[in-house]
Ligand binder design. Structure first.
Ligand SMILES: Cc1cc2nc3c(=O)[nH]c(=O)nc-3n(C[C@H](O)[C@H](O)[C@H](O)COP(=O)(O)OP(=O)(O)OC[C@H]3O[C@@H](n4cnc5c(N)ncnc54)[C@H](O)[C@@H]3O)c2cc1C
Length: 431
């Protein structure tokens, strides 16, 4: 690396880093992006539903040009029990016009974004791992990779959920956050026609399943299944603390999930194309309070903890893109004013807070604590199934009215009225 001083160094070529770099290069700034993987996207993993409206603000032809898989118009919430499943199947044509969510495969999407960055003039350095940050006084002035140093007026940390760099600088605590979760995911190839028939979709339309209950063997977390053009993305997201308490492993839970009688037929005869594990962080209040800038340094996307899991939707990619826009605006302003002090960087927090990124983080800050409620991972799904069983199972005994059916199923469950009131109240306050 030479002694040139760039305007901006971006560490990390995920969505947050690539969008930040693209925006700043488009504004005429000299940007270098450093990615430790052999290419952007090679180390990245998402379930794969991208709430993509934010991308159309950046790339007006995003939906036509980018490698998106399917437009999500059906959302299925599935309560899975050992021998039953209750699904809420929501299809709405309005979700296709305008399109608001698409399934994506990160390897393809990140490579496309990387190409856009290069077209805009970003210098991409793949295969380089940044080891530490360079400081002069309290001002961040560059990065160190091995023996090499590279300098810039501003550094963006977009190095993902672990962000060892933010930990080393004392911006993020070194101890594992309470709500750290591990995601295990496979991409399973199936012919387009099979996907259309099996999931009742046509053309580019797609389905997103949010699955709770027996898929995680009572571990706090859930499962997902998303249809791509010619494959299925399927996985589980499991709270690490909860896995440990139950004495299970994520791979055992994932394998059992794939074999569940309600899931196995959905992926039958498929060919395993990809398999991976990745951490994700859902630390509610801690994330909202987190420091996101220092003089000459800004933190975006997962590195800043911007992920929200509401149980029904997992969102991180749109937060990565949204926070990247806020960062790019702040840096553009700082470069124009030649002011990289803390007060100039504070514009980033104000941008976030006036935008859905900051506001949604606050709205859902209690969601991770709510998802600790163990009854969500068994009792409620079983209760629903028991109610439907009593409705649809005609055994030649006299029928009961619906109220008696519901009360009977409730009495037979291990749930108490106080549980219901508490969970309903907490759920309404958190989600
Ligand atoms: C199982 C799972 C399912 C998910 N499902 C969804 C979903 O359906 N929808 C959704 O919106 N979000 C989902 N998410 C969250 C989403 O994947 C993340 O929020 C998003 O990828 C964050 O993007 P990012 O750019 O901040 O970080 P990343 O995509 O993690 O990118 C960070 C980059 O930095 C690089 N890097 C790290 N350290 C260094 C270093 N020292 N030097 C150089 N490079 C470095 C990495 O190689 C990587 O390329 C899911 C996450 C998981 C784990």
């Amino acid at each position: 690396m030479d002694e040139e001083i760039f305007d901006v160094i971006v560490v990390g070529g995920g969505i947050a880093g690539l969008v930040s770099a693209y925006q700043l290069a488009k504004s005429g700034h000299e940007v270098v992006l450093i990615e430790r993987g052999v290419e952007a996207g090679s180390k990245n993993l998402s379930g794969g539903v991208f709430y993509s409206r934010i991308m159309e603000e950046i790339f007006p032809d995003f939906l036509k040009e980018a490698p998106v898989e399917r437009h999500i118009t059906r959302n299925i919430i599935s309560f899975l029990n050992q021998t039953s499943a209750v699904n809420i199947d929501y299809w709405d044509q309005r979700l296709a016009d305008p399109i608001n969510a698409v399934s994506v495969l990160r390897v393809k999407l990140d490579a496309w974004l990387s190409g856009k960055c290069e077209e805009a003039g970003v210098m991409i350095m793949p295969g380089v791992r940044v080891d530490s940050l360079l400081k002069e006084g309290d001002q961040y002035v560059g990065v160190k990779a091995g023996e090499d140093e590279l300098r810039a007026k501003v550094i963006i940390l977009a190095d993902g959920v672990n962000s060892f760099l933010a930990q080393d600088e004392g911006i993020r605590p070194k101890q594992l956050p309470k709500y750290l979760a591990v995601g295990v995911k496979s991409v399973i190839g199936l012919p387009r026609k099979v996907i259309e028939d099996r999931f009742r979709v046509r053309g580019n339309e797609g389905v997103a399943y949010a699955i709770v209950g027996d898929c995680t063997k009572s571990v706090a977390g859930g499962g997902f299944l998303y249809t791509n053009s010619e494959s299925i993305s399927i996985g589980v997201v499991l709270q690490l603390e909860s896995i440990e308490k139950k004495g299970l492993t994520s791979t055992v839970i994932f394998d059992q999930f794939l074999e569940h009688p309600a899931i196995a037929p959905l992926i039958a005869d498929g060919e395993l194309l990809e398999y991976g594990c990745h951490l994700t962080m859902e630390d509610g209040p801690a994330m909202v309070a987190q420091e996101v800038s220092r003089p000459g340094l800004l933190i975006v996307g997962d590195a800043a903890g911007f992920t929200v899991n509401t149980g029904l939707t997992i969102r991180g990619m749109d937060f990565a893109a949204g926070s990247a826009l806020a960062v790019a605006k702040t840096i553009d302003n700082a470069l124009k004013n030649k002011d990289f002090s803390q007060s100039a960087m504070n514009m980033y927090r104000m941008e976030l807070d006036s935008h859905w990124v900051g506001q949604d983080m606050k709205t859902y800050k209690n969601a991770p604590a709510f998802f600790e409620t163990s009854r969500l991972y068994g009792d409620y799904g079983q209760l629903l199934a028991d109610i439907f069983y009593r409705i649809f199972h005609h055994d030649l005994t006299p029928r009961k009215r619906l109220t008696s059916v519901v009360l009977g199923a409730f009495k037979a469950s291990s749930l108490k009225v106080t549980n219901l009131i508490r969970d309903a109240f907490f759920g309404l306050k958190s989600l």
